[in-house]
Design a protein around this ligand. Structure first.
Ligand code: NDP
Ligand code: 2IT
Length: 445
């Protein structure tokens, strides 16, 4: 089947999965010319096999809250593709989680992991459980109940989960503990672990730092310096805060952060003291960005995302999918924004992407720009299997090299005749070709 026919068929078969169809459409549209150059791909029905996950595990998770009330959530793991390595990808705990969202994330992860140069297939999992407002003990009991179901399906050479929205060091620690108890094995099945029990230095920072390294690569193609540039960031979680930290270190101005309740505007840019406050507020007190705005007297916009509120040079969406729509994109471009580098997965709608490409600004899709997180997860797996821990400098250097390599792959496949680099096309084709070749070599499975 041709790429567009597969898409048509997937729309018919999965009509209630808009995020999944959105992610598939973006990839198939950009790879179709290359795909059609290889008739063998078609004979092996490669596209259909690559778009539909290898398997989906779904289960009920029951847990008891602090008052003794019994709750039930859904749990899932989408094992999308393991042609180039064991399934690998994060776990998301958020009330919005459903199969459409996890299928889109697992699909994207497959191409992202292919770009990292490491040996990792694609997966994603999660639950509609929301850690917001839950006590540590409640979160622990939930994580244990989740892993009591999942443990049989994961393992160091089978499937290696990690964090994502709502899952950080605390949750990974609880899940790893339960996994160890159920299996009686101590191995690298989870990444993003604590440093004392096999975690890698730089893993918490990796997605944010990696995104900034990718941004620097893009800017260097136009000879632009980062110092003094105004950067709008959305989100205030793991990815957003470490993006801000690296930007501050490099002399850029971080003029916004947000959460699902609203946005804070910091016209002259965050100071490192203010950023430390946000780290503590978010990670220790699990507070809201409005509390930071109030404490430091900054303007706060309830219910709003950063994109239309003020002008910026660079946008780094780091919260969630579809958080920049067409109108936001137009507002960004009109305000002089010349680069968008995605920390989140699929934060821009198809209409927004079209605007960015038409305006010929520097635009890096998440699967390239945020691949630093899973890359250092891959490095954590490598360290675990060697029973070694590498230094901070060593991991950071490897991360920089990987982001550079991903940028080169995007240039190789995405540079147009007029010199404009279409990073969407570049990332999709580069990611696809490696997985496609591996699938062809391994036969119809
Ligand atoms: P966190 O849970 O640490 O932070 C998420 C942030 O985004 C919070 O500020 C949260 O606000 C906000 N947010 C979440 N959902 C929504 C929503 N529906 N609308 C508005 N704001 C929202 O997650 P991460 O920082 O880990 O993840 C952020 C993004 O980065 C996600 O898209 C994730 O898939 C992606 N990513 C993460 C990687 C990682 O290593 N962690 C790697 C690569 C990509 P609130 O507190 O109000 O919920
Ligand atoms: O979207 C992502 O790349 C992640 N949430 C990180 C996955 C991982 O396995 O580290």
């Amino acid at each position: 089947m041709k790429a567009q026919d597969v898409l048509f068929d997937l729309r018919r078969r999965f009509p209630h999965e808009p995020e999944y169809l959105q992610a598939v459409e973006e990839v198939l549209t950009s790879i179709q010319d290359v795909y059609n150059e290889y008739p063998a791909f078609d004979r092996y029905n490669l596209i259909e096999r690559l778009c539909i996950p290898d398997r989906i595990i779904s289960f009920r998770v029951s847990w008891v809250d602090d008052k003794g009330k019994v709750h039930t959530n859904m749990g899932y793991r989408v094992q999308h593709n393991n042609a180039i390595g064991p399934y690998k990808g994060g776990i998301r705990f958020h009330s919005s989680v459903n199969l459409s969202i996890l299928k889109f994330l697992a699909f994207e992860q497959t191409f992202k992991n292919s770009l990292t140069t490491l040996s990792m297939g694609g997966a994603k999992g999660g639950s509609d459980f929301s850690p917001r407002g839950k006590s540590d003990m409640e979160v622990m009991r939930f994580c244990q109940a989740f892993v009591q179901e999942l443990w049989r399906n994961i393992g160091p050479d089978t499937d290696v989960p990690a964090g994502d929205i709502g899952v950080g060091g605390r949750e990974v620690g609880y899940m790893f503990g339960e996994y160890k108890k159920m299996t009686r094995r101590y191995n690298g099945t989870f990444t993003g672990k604590g440093l004392e029990f096999g975690g890698s230095l730089i893993r918490p920072e990796a997605t944010g730092y990696g995104n900034v390294y990718f941004l620097l690569e893009m800017m260097s193609t136009r000879g632009i310096d980062i110092r003094g540039k105004k950067v709008a960031i959305s989100g205030s979680g793991n990815v957003a805060t470490y993006t801000a930290q690296k930007l501050l270190e490099l002399g850029a101005k971080v003029i916004s952060m947000s959460d699902s309740d609203g946005t804070v505007f910091v016209p002259e840019g965050l100071t490192s003291k203010e950023l430390d406050y946000i780290f503590e507020l978010k990670n220790i007190y699990r507070g809201r960005i409005s509390e930071f705005a109030e404490e430091f007297g900054y303007e706060y916009f309830p219910g709003q995302r950063p994109w239309r509120l003020f002008k910026c040079d660079i946008a780094m969406p780091s919260a969630t999918q579809n958080e920049i729509d067409g109108e936001d994109a137009r507002a960004l471009i009109e305000g002089g924004c010349f680069a968008v580098s995605e920390g989140a997965n699929m934060p821009s709608t198809p209409e927004a992407i079209k605007e960015f490409l038409n305006a010929r600004i520097l635009y890096a899709p998440g699967k390239a720009a945020n691949a630093g997180g899973v890359s250092v997860s891959g490095l954590e797996m490598a360290q675990n299997s060697q029973m070694l821990s590498w230094s901070r400098e060593e991991v950071d250097m490897k991360l920089r090299d990987i982001m550079k390599d991903i940028h080169s792959q995007c240039v190789k496949y995405g540079k147009s005749a007029d010199g404009y680099i279409n990073y969407v096309k570049g990332a999709n084709i580069a990611g696809f070709m490696k997985v496609a070749r591996a699938m062809m070599a391994q036969g119809v499975l």
